[in-house]
Design a protein around this ligand. Structure first.
Ligand SMILES: [Zn+2]
Length: 457
């Protein structure tokens, strides 16, 4: 990673601990980290001036980069009979069509463009839930982790940090073998998955900008007797462990029929839940499930724009939050990439569901987008504009047609409840300026890169 050495940024306004908007904030940076934060009424010479409201870097905790190729193609068509509306399961077939076509080169090109889009949206770290491990028929590549390595390369070229959540994916459904496009997801068994994941972890053991974590795809894709192997791999490396949980009611029904318990209870019984674990979606939970997640301090990653696009339902986010589960956010299928939209959807969906307002404040939502998100990705020292933290500075315009007229003391409310990814004007990630005036400084025209990498597929 190219770094800039010692430098300073002067923020017109910045969101600083313990959660206040301050004006005239001078942030000193050495290499990748913040060394000091002080007040300065005017920008000193040589400090780079950051306009608008500067926030800590945002963490996109749940991503499948290749799903971006489906945007605008799979959102359902209203018909008189309902036959063309689509469902989660018809969407999954379209997703498999894309999964079949990718090779290391096209995956690299697409991921680089998608991560470029993320940077322009203020995202400085991505959690890539990665299961496209092998060739289309399941044969490993000569370099068994080449598909993960192109993701790491793509993230570095785009200028954000990455947590590769190396995903164990063994069955095509409970008791069903892998078939079709799923063949390339599977390692055979959890021991073979662990051997390959070990190689990936070893290759990045000395990298500060890459975390290799583990994932259980879901209770649909990993049989109970294989779960302990993934859990111990995560414990041995103190790595984050992520798992898709109860996104669709059918998963609950299949799990109950096969094992007599809910997916949450099954994961609990096999030691999958805990403080380093993030459950993604957690949409269809009963009260017992909420208690198991919160009682084990499991983080929950909501992906509201994907969950509404796929008609998953609205999860019990405020019950989880009240019971003690930290909440984080992800753009998952990338129907849109905009964490401001994800954050306010968390609050606004809850309002529709409960007919009550005020479940989370804007600073609480911002914490989910930043500090809590980075922690769920294994970067505990990120997500705060404070000494010792990663030097991620995301500046949001307060003069766009969406954000103009802010009460400056409550500028975070304006950013979270009215701002969009398009209002992000500049991004410093890991101490390097990567976006300025809404343009990516390394990749250039990210729209053109998205067009060409998606057309190739
Ligand atoms: Zn997912």
């Amino acid at each position: 990673m190219t770094t800039t050495g010692a430098t300073a940024y002067w923020c017109e306004l910045a969101w600083v601990p313990p959660g206040e908007v301050a004006s005239g904030v001078l942030v000193h940076v050495d290499d990748t980290h913040i060394t000091a934060v002080e007040r300065a009424a005017t920008p000193p010479p040589r400090a780079t001036r950051l306009p608008g409201l500067t926030l800590p870097g945002l963490a996109n905790v749940h991503s499948h980069a290749f799903h971006r190729a489906l945007r605008g193609r799979t959102h359902g068509v209203p018909t008189a009979t309902g036959a063309g509306r689509g469902s989660f399961w018809t969407w999954r077939e379209r997703m498999y069509d894309v999964a079949r076509r990718l090779d290391p080169d096209t995956y690299h090109q697409l991921a680089r463009a998608v991560y470029g889009e993320m940077v322009l949206a203020g995202i400085t770290c991505v959690g890539e839930f990665h299961y496209l491990h092998h060739g289309p028929d399941g044969t490993p590549y000569d370099e068994p982790n080449v598909m993960a390595e192109v993701l790491v390369a793509a993230a570095r070229e785009a200028g954000l940090r990455i947590t590769v959540l190396d995903t164990c994916y063994l069955t095509g459904g409970i008791g069903a073998p892998l078939s079709g496009a799923q063949m390339r997801f599977g390692d055979g068994d959890a021991e073979k998955w662990a051997t390959r994941a070990d190689q990936l972890r070893g290759a990045h053991a000395k990298d500060h900008d890459v975390v290799v974590g583990a994932a259980v795809h879901s209770v649909r894709a990993v049989p109970p007797h294989e779960l302990a192997t993934v859990v111990s791999w995560g414990h041995a490396s103190h790595a984050p462990l992520h798992v898709h949980l109860s996104e669709q009611r059918r998963e609950n029904a299949d799990c109950e029929a096969a094992y007599g318990v809910s997916p949450t209870a099954l994961l609990f019984e096999h030691g999958v839940l805990g403080p380093r674990t993030t459950a993604v979606h957690a949409t269809h939970l009963d009260e017992g499930g909420v208690g198991l997640l919160a009682g084990t301090e499991t983080t929950v990653c909501l992906c509201p724009t994907t969950e509404r696009d796929l008609a998953d339902g609205i999860g019990p986010a405020s019950s989880l939050s009240r019971a003690g589960s930290p909440l984080v956010l992800g753009s998952d299928s990338h129907a849109v990439i905009d964490l401001f939209e994800e954050a306010r959807a968390l609050e606004l969906d809850e309002r529709l569901h409960t007919e009550e307002r005020g479940h989370w404040s804007a600073p609480e939502l911002l914490t989910a987008m930043s500090e809590s998100g980075h922690r769920a990705l294994g970067f505990a020292d990120a997500g705060l504009i404070a000494p010792g933290g990663w030097a991620d500075l995301v500046s949001v315009r307060l003069d766009s047609v969406r954000t103009a007229g802010a009460d400056l003391g409550r500028a975070v409310d304006m950013a979270v409840f009215a701002g969009t990814a398009a209002d992000v004007v500049s991004v410093v990630a890991s101490g390097c300026p990567v976006a300025s005036n809404g343009h990516h400084l390394r990749l250039g025209d990210v729209g053109a890169l998205l067009t060409s990498s998606i057309q190739t597929l």
